[in-house]
Design a protein. Structure first.
Length: 166
């Protein structure tokens, strides 16, 4: 499903990823662990086509993640929150679901399921700016889940989330 072959990425003189190769097969759960500054976020950005490698290749189901059609098959929860504070939790999920091509009744069903999964159903009508940091992080995860992709990439998904939600 996801194949990284001899990836290399630098930012000026800083070498962030050096000759990284890995493969994640369907049904596998894979964790990329390392200290701060080890290149984990850069690797995720390369895997989803947000960054272009200096060398090597990324393939998602044997397709290029730089292609928008390929990207639509990826669910991503970034380390930085990607939410609209003035929208409710439910409105955020509906917005991102529509961007991914969902429409009713499937959109309503997926939004309800994602909210339930992250235990925010009771706060679905509240504006995101009223959420705690952990609740915002949980909603960010729900955004990645709402369109039910075959590949889900999570970058620091439990930072700021309470132990029960983890």
């Amino acid at each position: 499903m996801l194949q990284l072959s001899h990836l290399r990425k630098s930012f000026g003189s800083l070498l962030a990823v050096d000759d990284l190769s890995l493969e994640v097969r369907p049904g596998e759960i894979f964790g990329l662990l390392g200290p701060n500054g080890a290149g984990k976020t850069t690797t995720v950005s390369l895997a989803v086509g947000l960054l272009k490698p200096d060398a090597g290749q990324v393939r998602v189901d044997d397709a290029d993640p730089m292609d928008p059609q390929t990207r639509s098959r990826l669910g991503v929860a970034t380390q930085s929150l990607a939410l609209y504070d003035d929208l409710t939790g439910e409105e955020n999920l509906r917005f991102f679901g529509k961007i991914q091509g969902l429409s009713d009744p499937k959109l309503t069903q997926r939004v309800a399921g994602a909210l339930d999964f992250v235990q925010l159903t009771d706060r679905r009508k509240d504006r995101v700016k009223t959420y705690s940091a952990g609740m915002q992080r949980s909603l960010n995860l729900a955004v990645a889940l709402v369109h039910d992709t075959p590949i889900l990439l999570l970058d620091e998904p439990t930072v700021g989330v309470d132990p029960q939600s983890r």
